[in-house]
Design a protein around this ligand. Structure first.
Ligand SMILES: *[C@@H]1O[C@H](CO)[C@@H](O)[C@H](O)[C@H]1NC(C)=O
Ligand SMILES: *[C@@H]1O[C@H](CO)[C@@H](O)[C@H](O)[C@H]1NC(C)=O
Ligand SMILES: *[C@@H]1O[C@H](CO)[C@@H](O)[C@H](O)[C@H]1NC(C)=O
Length: 228
């Protein structure tokens, strides 16, 4: 059974009570005001620590990357015609910790791997829609030392944030993605650290002093309800 859209129900009632002969269609209905979440604000990486052997190949137990990522902005989930706050129920802003361990070998020379992140504890009081669990995923697309420029440590990461919840019987859904490159050399370098020498040398990197938060722009990939 298709659950009626509450907003459509309200508009249909209004039209009927005016005795208008209009039959409402998707195109003739007025849209709610533009959701107060659009455009998206940059996502933020506020802390990072990575370590891996200088020499590849190496296994997952020898490497790790832990970082904190956040979407600072609330995102409209679905219209709430009887609610306050601009007529939308919102997904709250969110913060997550992502931890990944990767290997490099001939099959994964750049360490490609993906992991689900752990969202920060929600306060659960409903403020800002923060009762809806955010699903963050991080993908490590590439990690390596640039041998032509010794000491240039390079991390290419992408993130996905999925919000989904049933709101007033509507399956509200948003999927956003964003990508960022972190490196220790060149213009806009945002990592600092170094690699130890020798066979057991380890590369250890953190965000450069003054570089936090690293900002990168997400884009909306899929959406149901309150899509702007
Ligand atoms: C990683 O370490 C765990 C615990 O010490 C061990 O059980 C596992 O086999 C190791 N994995 C690899 C790929 O070396
Ligand atoms: C949401 O943003 C507020 C204000 O910046 C902040 O205090 C709070 O910790 C954020 N919540 C999450 C889950 O990121
Ligand atoms: C919401 O999305 C996440 C991530 O794609 C998925 O794991 C989860 O099962 C979904 N939950 C619902 C209720 O659809």
């Amino acid at each position: 059974m298709k659950i009626p859209h509450p907003l459509l129900a309200v508009l249909a009632t209004a039209i009927t009570s005016q005795g208008a002969a209009l039959s409402p269609t998707t195109t003739s209905l007025p849209s709610p005001p533009l959701p107060p979440w659009y455009p998206l604000e940059p996502w933020q990486i506020s802390a990072l620590h990575s370590r891996n052997p200088h020499k590849s190949p190496y296994g997952v137990n020898a490497s790790s990357l832990v970082l904190t990522v956040a979407n600072p902005k609330r995102v409209a989930a679905a219209p709430a015609p009887h609610g306050s706050g601009g007529g939308y129920v919102v997904f709250g802003n969110s913060t997550a910790t992502c931890e990944i361990h990767w290997s490099t070998d001939s099959a994964t020379p750049y360490g490609y791997s993906s992991v689900a992140c752990t969202p920060a504890q929600l306060d659960g009081n409903g403020q800002g829609g923060d009762t809806y669990v955010p699903y963050w995923t991080m993908t490590l697309n590439e990690v390596h030392e640039d041998l032509s420029s010794p000491g240039d440590h390079y991390l290419a990461l992408s993130f996905e944030l999925v919000h989904n919840a049933t709101v007033y019987g509507q399956k509200a859904y948003k999927r956003m993605t964003g990508a960022v490159t972190l490196r220790s050399a060149g213009a806009g370098a945002n990592l600092q650290g170094n690699c130890g020498d020798g066979a057991n040398g380890e590369c250890v990197y953190d965000l450069k002093d003054g570089a936090a938060p690293v900002l990168f722009q997400p884009t909306l990939q899929e959406c149901r309800f309150a899509c702007g």
